[in-house]
Design a protein around this ligand. Sequence first.
Ligand code: 9MR
Ligand code: 9MR
Length: 601
Amino acid sequence: MKRIVLPLIALLGIGASDAPGPHLNQLGFRPDTAKRAIVAASGSAPLPWQLLDEAGRVVAEGRTTPFGADAASGDKVHQIDLTRYATPGTYRLRVDGHVGHPFAIDAKLYDPLARAALNFFYQQRAGVAIEARFAGGPQWARAAGHPKEVVTCFKGIDLAGTDWPGCPYTLDVTGGWYDAGDQGKYVVNGGIALWMLQNLYEVDASQPPFPDGAAALPEAGNGVNDLLDETRWEMRFLLAMQVPDGQKLALPVGQQGRGPYRLTMVDAGGMAHHKVADRNWTRLPTAPADDREERLLYPPSTAATLNLAATAAQCARIWRGIDDAFARRCLVAAGKAYQAALRNPDIYAAQAFNGSGGYGDNDLTDELYWATAELYATTGMPELAEALRRNPLHTAPLHGEPSWAGTAALGTITLATATGVMPSERAAARARLIALADRLLDEDSRSGYHIPFASTAYSWGSNSALMGRAMILALAARFTGDPRYRDAEVDAMDYVLGRNPLDQSYVSGFGWKPLKNPHHRFWAHQFDAKMPGPPPGVLSGGANSTSFPEPVSAPMKGRCVGQRCWIDDARAYGHNEVAINWNAPLVWVASDLTRPLAQPR
Ligand code: 9MR
Ligand code: 9MR
């Protein structure tokens, strides 16, 4: 009798359950980077592993490196290093007899992710119909939301008792991106998201990603880079949020706690309204076109004004030579915003409104630093170089990854990468980013799951912190050519794509256990079977061990550690929302990883 050998089927039978792993990036690996996997195992003796090809043949083998107890996951872990194996193909990893899911070694591994992650921004567009042919299918098509957003200011008494007088004008703020699962449009958070996508273009300006026609967009084929088509959509919205010249408004000056606020008449011309949003929270689901709440402008803030100044200055230098009129418009707006912020340096975002998020920030030193750096990089004005040097953040060590409330590193990145920055300034900025990257490498080596984030405290949007750190590491890799930084960048990406104790890919449509039920008012399948789930390429906020703001996640409080505090439930907005400032660094990093590590420039 003929012996029948069915290695693959036999292996499938062993089952690929979710724990204890092996946990790894569910897409797989580029041939030229680190390739790590993790297993949770209580013993301290090294375990045997084998790498199996598609036919089930062993192509590499070794032993795990026991790490021991890992506080961020609550697991005892062993680490596996497959780095030396670099032959493209499809593989499975067997550890101690347990076989995992298939994954790839592929130089083009990140191409689909980069494209899908960028498409998120198209799908978040306000003011236009989203078309099936660009959105990836008819289920994601929808009517235009808020197509004529001509709005005036909130008037009346807010939740803290402040009586707002309103304003004598309307602004046409149609367009831009919805922030997240809600349909607010926020200048503060819009700023960092826009900056990251503009920066992705700028750091590779000689050979920018997403050349015209590469993305699924209505503008593809218009002769302009597709990344810039997408960023212009948001830039125009930010420009529209600027207060008319010379306009006086009653605003809260200085720190005033929870309110009611004392309002003072100031010259607010050139400032930016903090947000345009619903008067009251809408229910889930609510398709954008079905939003019946009143839309209102909320008071200008210094933070929003500096976000406008920074991104418009960045816009001005990027668009120069592509669309000079747009570049000039950006430069004029940036200058006015910057002057307005200097005139009104301490007007904090009013917090006591229903219907939208706060994005409140009591320290604007970093926003001022960022805007100053952008305007300096664009204009080279000596006064701005002086202002930069006077800012304490110019020499202070960088705290960590950029975030909507902590934008200093954005200025530093611009000083390190934009043309037109003095060589001495550029070198100093690079040194500070490399110093931060070195601290991230240290965290990477101390973390059980081998990620550049060693803390056990995971906060709202933690996946974006991982992606922001990956950006810093990617830049250090570019500046130095040192592959250790790139490997740590990959470590961060591996985490969000599945190398975590939940064996969870936090990105919809990618991996064997992808995000399914984000908190989103249109991709709300969990609430209504007629609504779609998320399109591919959308990043969940991720583990949040520090706040449990609604009843679905509340039972986890005190009962989960760090990386395990997460749930794939659309009601859990503190854990499973999606947001433009979270997908933007995903686009940046995925796009960076479509290319081999280049020689330092
Ligand atoms: O849906 C809102 C989400 O987009 C925000 O991130 C979150 C925090 O600002 O708030 C959500 O809205 C909830 C609101 O805060 C309280 N009432 C229930 C709302 C919908 O779940
Ligand atoms: O990303 C924000 C996070 O840092 C805050 O802790 C949280 C609560 O204030 O709000 C997050 O931002 C939300 C915003 O307020 C409204 N749109 C959705 C955002 C992501 O959840």
